[in-house]
Design a protein around this ligand. Structure first.
Ligand SMILES: O=P(O)(O)OC[C@H]1O[C@](O)(CO)[C@@H](O)[C@@H]1O
Length: 532
């Protein structure tokens, strides 16, 4: 691997942005943040509004960012992705060589992508959805009340984030639970709170070989047997065609996904749909898929101001690559969206946590930011001290909803809870921009800390589908600009290989056999275990 000037650093727009970043706007200066500026810097799609006047951008910066998108041909690359071209690859090196077609999992409402690969994928996805409808019709005739999804990474994070986001829309007496960690207490806690006789279990693993999921499946199967129930009547599978889990006789039903849908992009495939449909019903699941599909079409819009995923991606690149801010906080002012930042950690960091470009060259610039976040207002009582007065400015992507989901509220001291929630959201964004001068350095707020606010009317199936897809495409657009492969995850392999070495040592240690020489580093820890 040799060093060479990356495509990103060769763009004319990059050179202009570097110059502009030498003297960026200071939002804390008197008169910098005005109502006029806030009014002008609003973009909207699908009844979502993105307020970006509290970002440290000027018209010149925005123009250069739009030119960067053009130079990087990001819309052509988005078309290529949605058409099913083989974009998951590293030229000149062994790599996955796959298409990336999570958009096909929801492309059956209106415009269908005509390209053969995409059309075939959406046809197959629709067939799985039809199969799911029929399966749930049989389930509805029995008294199942709970579903446990067993899976990890993309087989849990996204499905759980969206389930919690839409739990308010659940059918009566329908609950979902999630088991992911190989920590046996994770499964035990869930198994202890359901009536197994009324519980379905969906084992989700695209590869069908993930150790945590295989281990948890066996633990769950044993639990059903221990209470005299047949696992066959309760356990269903979601896996890749031909995976080790593709064994329909082992399961009550099997649903499929394909290698062209990455785990972290698989919420709208059967990976998320089985549990979501069980909990909220097919009608609301289809609303969720419609929202995602609508955003897929928005993502093809050439004009960044009419393309919220692209606009978000460009603002993030400005903060990260040009203002030099290493992390990004995603803070939903919605308790229902409490696990959405965790999903985005995988979606963004497993996609763009890369150090080489698509030609295998080491990069001379930053790629994916560190993503983190918790709901507001809770974060205000936790990490906002650092966000306001710390030494590392943190760009914040706020997500807010005008209305609560359940409509249960109370007027206290002249405002409702929802109004108090929104007041805090808007105040934080303004305060982080303007700051507050003080003669007492301990009470001074530097301000000039970039944020933006994505607003929707309500955290409902359609809006959440649109927001999910917005972030999927934001990640993809950033990868397109950086010329990296956002769709494989070689970085997770080394840990698995070393863990398997130590697992083998555990096996020998249990049998009283010599194990130190196999992996001396691991042996040190194992030998210390005996001393506890
Ligand atoms: O669905 P599977 O194949 O069990 O994989 C689970 C997760 O493990 C990874 O392969 C590696 O973390 C993720 O990309 C994936 O979402």
């Amino acid at each position: 691997m040799g060093w060479a000037m990356s495509a990103f650093n060769e763009y004319e727009a990059t050179k202009r942005l570097k110059e502009l970043a030498e003297k960026p706007i200071d939002l804390s200066k008197e008169g910098a943040l005005t109502p006029k500026r806030l009014e002008q810097m609003v973009a909207s799609n699908l009844n979502l509004k993105l307020f970006y006047g509290t970002e440290r951008v000027t018209e010149k910066v925005m123009d250069a960012l739009c030119d960067l998108a053009k130079e990087a041909k990001v819309i052509d690359k988005m078309h290529a992705m949605q058409n099913g071209e083989i974009i998951n690859k590293i030229e000149g090196y062994e790599s996955e060589e796959r298409s990336v077609l999570h958009t096909a999992m929801r492309d059956f409402f209106d415009r269908r992508v005509e390209a053969e690969a995409a059309k075939k994928a959406s046809t197959e996805a629709y067939a799985e959805l039809e199969k799911l409808k029929m399966f749930l019709d049989t389930i509805d005739k029995q008294n199942f009340t709970d579903i446990i999804q067993v899976g990890i990474g993309g087989s849990e994070l996204g499905p759980k984030a969206i389930y919690l986001g839409l739990e308010a829309f659940s059918r009566p007496n329908r609950r979902a639970h999630f088991v992911s960690n190989v920590d046996p207490d994770d499964a035990a806690n869930v198994l202890n709170r359901v009536d197994l006789g009324k519980t379905l279990v969906v084992i989700v693993s695209k590869s069908g070989s993930t150790l945590e999921t295989r281990t948890n499946e066996e633990l769950v199967r044993k639990r059903f047997l221990d209470v005299g129930l047949s696992p066959q009547n309760h356990i269903i599978a979601v896996t890749g065609k031909g995976s080790p889990m593709d064994d329909p006789k082992k399961y009550r039903a099997s649903f499929y996904m394909w290698d062209f849908v990455g785990g972290r992009y698989s919420v709208t495939s059967m990976v998320g749909c089985v549990t979501l449909a069980f909990a909220i019903g097919m009608e609301k699941l289809l609303e969720f898929l419609k929202g995602a599909h609508a955003m897929d079409k928005v993502a093809l819009n050439e004009d960044p101001y009419q393309n919220l995923p692209l606009l978000s991606a460009l603002l993030g690149i400005w903060n990260h690559n040009f203002l030099g801010l290493p992390t990004t906080a995603v803070i939903p002012y919605s308790q229902a969206m409490s696990r959405f930042p965790a999903h985005l950690q995988q979606c963004d960091m497993e996609s763009n946590g890369k150090r080489i470009d698509k030609q295998g060259k080491l990069l001379d610039h930053w790629t994916g930011p560190i993503i983190w976040g918790e709901p507001g207002t809770n974060g205000q009582h936790s990490f906002y001290q650092l966000i306001h007065q710390g030494t590392i400015p943190v760009p914040v992507e706020f997500v807010g909803f005008c209305k609560s989901q359940r409509g249960i509220d109370n007027e206290y001291e002249g405002t409702t809870s929802q109004e108090k929630l929104l007041s805090n959201l808007f105040a934080q964004s303004i305060g982080l921009a303007t700051g507050k001068k003080s003669d007492n350095p301990n009470k001074e707020f530097p301000g000039n800390r970039p944020t933006r606010i994505l607003m929707a009317k309500q955290c409902d199936p359609y809006s959440i589908g649109a927001i999910l897809a917005l972030y999927e495409h934001k990640v993809a657009f950033q990868g397109f600009v950086w010329n990296i492969n956002s769709f494989d995850q070689e970085g997770v392999q080394l840990g698995k290989v070393l863990a398997n070495k130590i697992i083998s040592q555990f096996q020998k240690m249990r049998k009283g056999e010599e194990f130190e020489k196999d992996f001396p580093l691991g042996a040190v820890y194992l030998n210390h275990l005996k001393e506890f």
